[in-house]
Ligand binder design. Structure first.
Ligand code: DAH
Length: 346
């Protein structure tokens, strides 16, 4: 009889002792975890469905009602205590991991002071400055014009007749200002030619870099906002040979002496004759760079110059693809996402 009554009590005591051991072990493992992932694994191991602690539930059935109540309470308490330790440890480790991540991604936005390294310029800005340097070295000045332009500067003065299909190629973004269609985001830097010619008397030897806009979906090779550089030379007795020579001199100065250039016949409303120009790399491959030609007499007239007295040539090309190609960047969008980790590579 004594045996029969003492056995359940002993069994219950054994279970309580085992629960205590499992709880201590679980707490020790939680405390030893050094990452959020480790805590998660310890949680599954110690109080998850397949844990030893959970398996003890099945053994409650062999106890009497009293024992079940007592041991059940202890088991519940131990599970809760481990769960609380897990939550606490996880919070600590999460905070530590977040701090570490913030430190790793920290941007130094402190003011540049004398003697402190000043970061560096964006790839496209570097390209614009390099191009300006080369052209200034060749005797050009640098001019700028507005990004919001009139239809007349962007198209009309450049000899695009109204409703001419050539306008359609420019996917123009119009600005809701004054008369409908009168004001736009410039689609190319060519209107700066008009600004230069109407602003000061000739001769002109100018390059005009700037931002241009077209209603285009961004992809690896197109951006709705991009950069061009325009060139304009107007003087007495300027010929097509001067144009070809200038393009070639620029090619060698900017890319290197082992690069050459060629012109292919093309069409632009503001030049006649017109050409596209390509550069040849030392490995023999060609890169299409931009357009050029002799300034159309109508353009000179529109800008108040007498075509019998003044002649010239113009050229224009995109800067972004050039900068990207130079640095092996194969997706233009990477240039403008402004992820500091990408940009600081250059
Ligand atoms: N504006 C032209 C474009 O965006 C490029 C161009 C072609 C510029 C010929 C020129 C030129 O100055 O002469 O497609």
């Amino acid at each position: 009889m004594t045996d029969a009554s003492s056995t359940p009590a002993t069994a219950a005591d054994d279970l309580v002792a085992e629960i205590g051991r499992l709880e201590d072990d679980a707490r020790a493992r939680v405390a030893a975890a050094t990452t959020v992932g480790e805590v998660r694994a310890v949680e599954t191991d110690t109080i998850g469905k397949r844990s030893a602690l959970n398996a003890l539930r099945k053994r409650l059935g062999s106890l009497d009602a009293d024992g079940r109540r007592t041991v059940g309470k202890v088991l519940h308490g131990a599970t809760e205590a481990v769960a609380a330790a897990v939550a606490e440890r996880r919070a600590v480790l999460e905070a530590a991991e977040r701090t570490e991540q913030l430190l790793a991604e920290r941007l130094d936005l402190t003011e540049v002071l004398p003697g402190r390294p000043a970061g560096h310029l964006h790839l496209v800005t570097q390209a614009i400055q390099d191009l300006e340097d080369v052209f200034v070295g060749m005797g050009f000045t640098v001019a700028e014009g507005p990004e919001v332009e009139t239809d007349w500067h962007n198209f009309g003065a450049l000899n695009f007749p109204p409703d001419h299909p050539a306008r359609d190629e420019y996917d123009t973004l119009y600005v809701n200002y004054r008369e409908r269609g009168s004001t736009l985001l410039r689609t190319h830097t060519s209107p700066v030619q008009v600004r230069v010619m109407t602003g000061t008397p000739p001769p002109y030897y100018a390059v005009m870099p700037g931002r241009v806009f077209r209603s285009d979906t961004a992809d690896a090779t197109h951006m709705p906002v991009f950069h061009q550089i325009e060139g304009l030379v107007v003087d007495r007795d300027i010929t097509f040979a001067d144009l070809a020579g200038t393009i070639d001199a620029f090619t060698k100065a900017y890319f290197g002496g082992d690069f050459t250039s060629r012109l292919r016949a093309s069409y632009f409303p503001f030049t006649e004759p017109s050409a596209e120009f390509d550069i040849q790399r030392p490995d023999g491959t060609w890169l299409e760079l931009g357009g050029c030609g002799m300034v159309h007499p109508n353009v000179l007239t529109n800008c108040g110059l007498d075509p019998d007295e003044w002649q010239g040539f113009a050229f224009g090309f995109g800067i972004d693809r050039l900068a990207a190609a130079r640095h092996g960047v194969d997706d233009l969008r990477d240039l403008f996402t402004n992820d500091i980790r990408f940009l600081t590579q250059f």
